[in-house]
Design a binder for this molecule. Structure first.
Ligand code: PMP
Length: 461
């Protein structure tokens, strides 16, 4: 096609990348991905890269699934697009909603489609507030979220998120959004046991509700396991206490399943793994394994009835897009019939967990936590004190990520935590390769940190 350097120069000149500093791109140039198969990416230089991030938590069934291509092609010829506004519908959206209602726990039986996770969370924000207005409690407007959470990039979903930098950029956040701290025991647990810390962090929710007044609080939004925030697996005490508090004060729970959904944690939904009963679940990414953009909200019968009896003035052109819906439906069939969710729970999942936890033998690695096939390691200059690096958070993570990428392994960094979430179809041999490359990259990172004088501890947790 085009020489790599030429593509990179053009890319830096005209293409604005999400979450990338222009200066960074200009300096190094993006790696151009040209093809992919299974868990393997190929770049424009012909390197085979092991995708330890499943695209961006999307490609649960792996790359190159011809069934998904066929489902798209069939639907594209039959009916490429029609809207679901104004009393029209089509079979792909109908069947997908029915299948999601079957898979979702409890009485989450109704689906409102969107084009992405961001859109779905905007819908959720409007939906919970509208629900309380229709129930005659219009003062219930506040939504509580968590610091360091990611729920999307639109103005509404970005306000719900709590990432430093983006949460308050460009006139955000919108009013009536509040945050509590995440249950990150490694970094913030101090002398508490994980169990004590889980309880303490859950009780921040109760304090926030009482500070705002329960009559003013509409909902709490959280991922069952915080993903983009660093794969923070909450201590066992956390969710039961959160559930108790939400029940006690009559506050809705929105579980953001954009990352946790569709097998990632060893069940269809992370809510099942964490034993929680949300009123609304946000879905996207793994719903179609990323082959086409689609998202949505799965809501309880109660909410659907209250909203459905009124006029909900809200919808996206691509809500339930027929081609995306057909691909999503086929993707759900593959996840089920190929036993992929079962493998994450019972076979390759436990294998990956065991190998991944072995990384704690490395001198740079503090904790290694993993559920299903989402895991993270905390990099530290001193494991015993759970110390952070003296350098600004993310400095070391960035170096480690670069070493991984140079070794043809995609891992992501959030601050100084490294994340893996490979396609769920990864084999045991590929897991071995992933761990070997991670180990080599950690060694190289360690040497680089020493060379740059960065092995300095800032503070103990
Ligand atoms: N919620 C979570 C937990 C996410 O990880 C993401 C995307 N990374 C979103 C919402 C937003 O989804 P989208 O990018 O499809 O808008």
């Amino acid at each position: 096609s085009m020489p790599t350097a030429e593509m990179q120069a053009l890319d830096a000149a005209h293409h604005m990348h999400p979450f990338t500093h222009g200066a960074d791109l200009g300096k190094k140039g993006a790696r151009i991905i040209t093809r992919a198969d299974g868990v393997w990416l190929t770049d424009s230089e012909g390197h085979r890269i092991l995708d330890g991030m499943a695209g961006l938590w999307c490609v649960n069934v792996g790359y190159g699934r011809q069934e998904l291509v066929d489902a798209a092609t069939r639907q594209m010829s039959e009916l490429p697009f029609y809207n679901t506004f104004f009393q029209t519908s089509h079979l792909p959206a109908i069947k997908l909603a029915e299948r999601l209602a079957q898979l979702a726990p409890g009485d989450l039986n109704h689906v409102f489609f969107a084009g992405s996770g961001s859109e779905a969370n905007d819908t959720n924000l409007r939906m919970v507030r509208t629900y309380w207005e229709l129930k005659g409690q219009p003062s219930k407007k506040a939504v509580i979220s968590r610091w360091n959470a990611y729920h999307g990039s639109s103005v509404g979903s970005g306000s719900l998120g709590g990432m430093k930098g983006m949460h308050a950029q460009g006139g955000m956040p919108i009013p009536d959004i509040h945050h509590i701290d995440q249950p990150n025991w490694w970094a913030e647990g101090g002398d508490m046991s994980p169990e004590e810390f889980g309880l303490a962090r859950a009780r921040l929710l109760e304090e926030k509700i009482l500070e705002l007044g329960p009559e003013n609080v509409a909902a709490f939004i959280a991922e069952p396991v915080q993903g983009a925030g660093g794969v923070i697996i909450p201590p066992e005490t956390y969710w039961p206490e959160i559930s108790r508090i939400l029940k006690e004060y009559g506050i809705l729970l929105i579980a953001d399943e954009v990352i946790c959904g569709f097998g990632r944690t060893g069940n269809w939904f992370g809510s099942q793994t964490m034993g929680i009963e949300p009123d609304i679940m946000t879905i996207a990414k793994g719903l179609s394994s990323g082959y086409l953009p689609i998202g949505g909200s799965i809501v309880s019968s109660e909410i659907a009835q209250v909203i459905g009896d009124a006029e909900f003035n809200h919808g996206y052109t691509y809500s339930g897009h027929p081609v995306a819906a057909a691909v999503a439906l086929e993707n759900l069939r593959i996840l089920d019939e190929d036993g992929i969710v079962d493998a994450v729970r019972d076979r390759t999942g436990p294998y990956l967990q065991k190998k991944f936890k072995g990384l704690t033998e490395h001198p740079l690695v503090g904790e290694a936590t993993i559920v299903g096939m989402m895991g993270s390691i905390a990099l530290t200059p001193d494991k015993d004190s759970r110390a952070a690096f003296e350098a600004e958070s993310g400095t070391v993570g960035y170096i480690c990520r670069e070493r991984c990428f140079a070794n043809d392994l995609v891992m992501r960094h959030v601050g100084d935590r490294m994340i893996i979430s490979p396609p769920l179809v990864i084999s045991e041999a590929e897991i071995d390769t992933l761990i070997e490359r991670a180990w080599t990259s950690l060694d190289e990172c360690h040497a680089e940190l020493k060379r740059q004088g960065l092995m300095k501890a800032a503070r103990a947790a």
